[in-house]
Design a protein around this ligand. Sequence first.
Ligand SMILES: Cc1ncc(COP(=O)(O)O)c(C=O)c1O
Length: 400
Amino acid sequence: MLMSPWRSDFPALAILEAQGQTYLDSAATAQKPQALIDALTGYYTCGTANVHRAQHQPAERATRAFEDARIKVAQWLNAACPTEIVFTRGATEALNLLAYGLEPLIEADDEIVVSALEHHANLLPWQQLAKRRNAKLLVLPLNDRGVIDMEAAASLIGPRTRLLAVSQLSNVLGVWQPLAELLPLAKAQGALTVVDGAQGVVHGRHDMQSLACDFYVLSSHKLYGPEGVGALYGRGESLLKLRHWQFGGEMVRVADFHHAEFHAAPLGFEAGTPPIGAVIGLGATLDYLSRLDAAAVSGHEEALHMRLLAGLAVRKGVRLLGEPRLALASFTVDGVHHGDLAHLLTEQGIAIRSGTHCAQPLMSALKVDGAIRVSLGLYNDGTDLERFFSALDQALELLQ
Ligand SMILES: Cc1ncc(COP(=O)(O)O)c(C=O)c1O
């Protein structure tokens, strides 16, 4: 039957089900575990306070919980030290922080390298940085399976490469990228490396010390945590290369009217009041995820994904984008517009995404104007897929 033993940990699933909704859009944002809801309720009902500022007891408690969450994120990623974790408002803000923070290191005619599969969040900050500095943006092509072409990468990454920014797991193609081979190519040229882990962090644990990137970014809401918070991991010596980018309270050490000195990371990059409740909620979510049997979670996700692919493979005219290996599948159907199909699926209570998935250049490269994406969370089960396929068959009967 392919049941998820963790489904009941996510109260929204039962409510959505009662409303006739089948949630298959976890790559956009995930449903939340009761453990997170309890942590948020606890924080807001027991007295909030701002962090790193006041000496009173509620502030001390909030600061301790906030800094505990930093330790939990550091442990989740096996960072060398909690000070390597900077809280941001999401993966997008973390990538913008990097593009502004690293700006002084980029000179005219330097090269910034991204790949053809990047989400706009890991493309536009670099594209705009390249424009500001008269630098060049180079794009690594993909092979037919949706994997960065390593031969092309070896020839495009060269002595002018200052920075390589690539996704670990594409939000459209659902395939791990060959970071273990790719990152050393950039390192060998003395370039900095940025990994967009917004999707990758949701599937399995990733060890920053062995991944050996300079920076890694994630969003809490895709990892079953609250919205409005993300994290930037930066290797100790790499964080020292960042120029401060947002200015205000608590990031400054001393200030007068004409001059200021700033804290180092992480606090120097967390200007203003941070999303305290959300950070504490992320910590509680990581506690919850840490208690799960990781092998059972990935086995369940793999079995669901195989069932998804098998079901798509037997439907007439369905074409997958790339060769998805986990988490999701994006597809088109011959002769059917993805918008029409999405409309009929939505009418039947199937919550999937259709469109360009914030990756317009990838869609152009694949010569499609959009696709349907089905994405899975650890709480999905076989009945979700049965409902999806039955709705798909009904929709295709009308449209084909
Ligand atoms: C691969 C990838 N990178 C970056 C992002 C941006 O994340 P956020 O919108 O949470 O900042 C997303 C969100 O869909 C994503 O899938």
